[in-house]
Design a protein around this ligand. Structure first.
Ligand code: PDD
Length: 276
């Protein structure tokens, strides 16, 4: 049986118990991270921990474990579960308490982690690009916080699949914000365009890609792209921990063509980081 981490202990998954009054379960009062594992090593661990710390600070949930301590446990889990290629899922909840909305006075936060095998993105998809549809961004106003309240994302992905698409893009006031579990980039006249970190998730992969783009001397516009501007775009791609850099072939039937030169360049550089 797979091993998991719960509040400082590594136990069999079947023995990991969390009270049903845990606020993560009852109120989605929790933050989480999904960290990639390549060759048994967590990828961009520090960046993920920094985002989790920011989220926890915002929600006033004290962190029971430091980033280094958690990394040691994560490495132990990866080894015990022989998870060479996959993800480590980490969740921090406010903890169990009587069901009252206000923050409880005395509460012990719940921290848990598990590993999951996840393959690299399908090579064929990366080669031809994915088809997306747009859906209204019905989420709340604090999308910078990586909380586990993911129903709009779950419903969005479900709708995309039912419409025969790979995934969905959220659209707010005619502007593309991000994917259901990824950030969105477009390329127009040689410039990269991506939504600013304003009520979207500040993706770790997004930040890496922006760093790479900076190093390549590419011009970047952090602004919202209107859906009616898509026809004028030359390329588009998604970024995310699991998807890495995924070329987009079409959005709502608007063809963007096979992966463009800039997308391929950024993909190559990102894969270089993974290999390193
Ligand atoms: N999701 N936007 C949203 C809404 C996300 O849920 C994610 C990640 C991203 C990309 O962020 P990053 O590059 O840090 O993975 C953007 C994770 C993978 C998930 O919920 O499975």
């Amino acid at each position: 049986m797979a091993k998991v981490f719960l509040n400082g202990e590594i136990v069999d998954e079947g023995d990991a118990r969390v009270p049903i009054t845990d606020r993560g379960l009852v109120f989605a009062d929790a933050v989480y991270e999904v960290v990639r594992v390549y060759r048994g090593e967590p990828f961009l661990w520090r960046e993920h921990m920094e985002r989790m710390e920011r989220g926890a600070r915002f929600l006033e949930i004290p962190l029971p474990f430091g980033p280094e301590e958690l990394r040691e446990y994560a490495l132990e889990l990866i080894e015990l579960n022989e998870c060479d290629l996959g993800v480590v899922y980490i969740q921090l909840t406010r903890g169990p308490a009587p069901r009252l909305h206000r923050f409880p006075e005395r509460v012990r936060p719940t921290t848990f982690m598990f590993t999951q095998e996840v393959a690299r993105p399908d090579r064929e998809l990366v080669r031809r690009g994915v088809d997306l549809v747009t859906i209204p961004d019905v989420r709340w106003g604090l999308c910078e916080v990586k909380t586990v309240g993911l129903l709009p994302n779950v419903l969005g992905k479900e709708e995309a699949a039912k419409r025969g698409a790979f995934d969905a893009l959220f659209v707010r006031d005619g502007v593309i914000t991000e994917g259901t579990s990824s950030n969105f980039f477009a390329v127009r006249d040689g410039r990269l365009i991506t939504h600013p970190v304003d009520n979207i998730l500040p993706g770790v992969t997004r930040a890496k890609v922006l760093e790479i783009a900076g190093g390549l001397g590419l011009e970047v516009q952090e602004r919202g792209l209107r859906i009616d501007e898509l026809r004028a775009c030359d390329e588009a791609f998604l970024t995310g921990t699991v998807l890495e850099v995924m070329p987009v072939r079409s959005v709502d039937g608007i063809e963007l063509g096979p992966p463009g030169a800039l997308t391929r360049r950024l993909l190559e550089e990102y894969e270089g980081l993974i290999e390193a």
